[in-house]
Design a protein around this ligand. Structure first.
Ligand SMILES: *[C@@H]1O[C@H](CO)[C@@H](O)[C@H](O)[C@H]1NC(C)=O
Ligand SMILES: *[C@@H]1O[C@H](CO)[C@@H](O)[C@H](O)[C@H]1NC(C)=O
Ligand SMILES: *[C@@H]1O[C@H](CO)[C@@H](O)[C@H](O)[C@H]1NC(C)=O
Ligand SMILES: *[C@@H]1O[C@H](CO)[C@@H](O)[C@H](O)[C@H]1NC(C)=O
Length: 360
């Protein structure tokens, strides 16, 4: 009896000691691997986002995950070898493959100087709001990481089928099909309507352009980059608006008022709708055959020649499509681009009109 008790006790104690030792070795091994992979990542010829993160102390770092990103870990994100797929004034986009799960993710690294302070209540509120957004026409945020030196990383799914900007100018027959044009316009409108009215607190996109719209293989759009202006400081926010102006998506009232609004989102949507149907870039500094939107719209209205605003092939390749339907679409796009914000329709009205045009 006592002998058995003693044996059981001995067994118990040794098992605990062994488990503690095993855990200790696992922890050491993980730390060793992390150190190694962060020093080795350059050997693979890919740029790794952890270049900028030497000297972190894990206790002060934070990873917040959202629906679909529950399995992310800090190690996953910092150790993933990544390839640069985009750069902007305020940050860099990486396509990264997470080593543990093998999943491909997009990491958006925000330059510390460009962002507002991440320890504020307001900032955390914004991240929560953006992280909560789930809509089939929006690119979700899966996780957010803030390092102790002000560096910030956003984690998104990777959608590989390309962006609207390229699609419009690809020469692909699909890009002049009326059904695809409407699918794209309706999808972007649903995304904006959701941001503007579907959430407890509305989100203004603030940087809508065809490069920020991804398409899947059936040409359903997914809008990315929404609400970024909420995370950036005033200077960095202004830089985004300057780029948006050069590219032709910036609403005219933003010259005086610096605050983007639901109405300025509607303006950008109108520009995209015209871009899709005309096949032209909204603006081109070299002035070739591209168009500067305000001029083109003004001239088309003056000359009563809205038909200048769309590619004639669209009629030819779409069976019985009447010009009337295309002109209704163009009129809707132009009302979105009205110089006066108060004259622009809201997203519910745009959607309703587009659904009518689809039945046309
Ligand atoms: C805001 O961001 C810009 C970079 O866009 C940076 O140069 C500037 O120092 C930042 N300003 C403040 C007040 O943090
Ligand atoms: C494209 O996206 C739509 C909407 O999100 C979805 O219903 C459809 O299944 C997707 N198509 C493919 C081929 O993934
Ligand atoms: C759009 O997609 C193409 C192909 O995926 C890519 O080469 C290009 O850089 C993208 N453009 C932008 C502005 O992201
Ligand atoms: C065009 O419309 C007519 C009548 O409205 C119909 O008979 C014909 O099949 C249609 N053609 C195509 C290609 O849809």
């Amino acid at each position: 009896m006592t002998r058995n008790h003693f044996l059981a006790l001995l067994l118990g104690v040794s098992l605990s000691v062994i488990s503690i030792l095993i855990i200790f070795f696992i922890v050491c091994f993980i730390f060793y691997r992390r150190k190694q992979s962060s020093t080795n990542s350059d050997q693979y010829g890919v740029e790794s986002p952890n270049h900028n993160k030497q000297g972190f102390s894990p206790e002060t770092e934070e990873l917040v995950t959202f629906h679909g990103g529950e399995d992310l870990t800090i190690c996953d994100i910092l150790d993933a070898p990544g390839e640069v797929i985009g750069k902007s004034s305020y940050g860099t986009l990486y396509k990264a493959s997470l080593q543990r799960s093998g999943k491909i993710r997009v990491l958006r690294f925000l330059r510390p100087v460009c962002t507002v302070r991440s320890d504020s209540k307001e900032f955390n509120g914004v991240i929560e709001t953006i992280g909560f957004v789930r809509h089939e026409n929006l690119v979700p945020l899966l996780g957010f990481y803030a390092g102790n030196r002000g560096e910030k990383l956003m984690v998104h799914p990777f959608f590989g089928s390309g962006n609207l900007s390229d699609f419009i100018r690809s020469g692909d027959d699909e890009s002049i099909k009326w059904i695809n044009i409407l699918t794209i316009a309706i999808g972007i409108s649903k995304a904006l309507d959701y941001l503007h009215t579907g959430m407890q607190k509305p989100i203004v996109h603030g940087n809508l352009k065809s490069k920020n719209v991804l398409l899947n293989s059936t040409f359903e759009p997914r809008v990315s980059d929404f609400g970024m202006h909420l995370l950036l400081n005033t200077t960095a926010g202004q830089e985004i608006l300057d780029v948006s102006a050069v590219e032709g998506y910036k609403a005219p009232e933003l010259i005086k008022m610096k605050e983007v609004s639901k109405e300025s989102d509607v303006y950008s949507l109108g520009v995209i709708m015209l871009e899709v149907v005309s096949g032209k870039k909204p603006i081109n500094p070299s002035g070739d055959d591209e168009f500067y939107l305000p001029d083109v719209v003004r001239n088309a209205v003056l000359d009563q020649k809205l038909s200048d605003l769309y590619r004639p092939e669209i009629l030819g390749s779409n069976g019985n499509l009447s010009e009337e339907c295309v002109l209704k679409y163009i009129q809707l796009a132009m009302s979105c681009c009205s110089p006066s914000p108060s004259l622009r329709p809201n997203m519910k009205q745009v959607l309703k009109k587009l659904e009518e045009i689809r039945k046309c």
